[in-house]
Design a protein around this ligand. Sequence first.
Ligand code: 5GP
Ligand code: ZN
Length: 140
Amino acid sequence: MRDDNCIFCKIAGGDIPSTTVYEDEQFRVFLDLSPAAKGHALVVPKEHFANLFEIDDEVLRDLIVVAKKVAIAIRDALGCEGMNIVQNNGPLAGQTVFHFHLHIIPRYADDGQNINWVPGTSDPETQVKIAEAIKGALKA
Ligand code: 5GP
Ligand code: ZN
């Protein structure tokens, strides 16, 4: 299904041009317009899913295989020294385009990026409670 108001539906469908590096029946992979680093690419399903919570399992399985293939090609073509795979869900988590996409961000020694988080603290009792809550939700 397509959402006519969604920019990534239009890009994935070829209605809006993009710098495409890979395309098949299900996916388009294109370079990010505001790249975090040279070769920053987005893996986008042609079908519209808002985020990870909504995406079809089979599409997701196929998507990660495409992401791996393109990630290897980016590494080989551009000689990056590392790579971050980032996927944002919801505005609070930094999602700005509400059509599922996986960021492939090649990393270079001098790229000036800091794709990271501030490490927090934990205690065993709280961790067990959190784990129990999640396990309960998984069973539901
Ligand atoms: P998000 O913040 O939702 O995880 O990532 C959205 C990404 O899409 C951003 O990195 C942004 O630069 C990129 N982006 C937004 N609009 C366009 C566009 O029209 N073309 C391309 N190639 N990238 C876009
Ligand atoms: Zn869409």
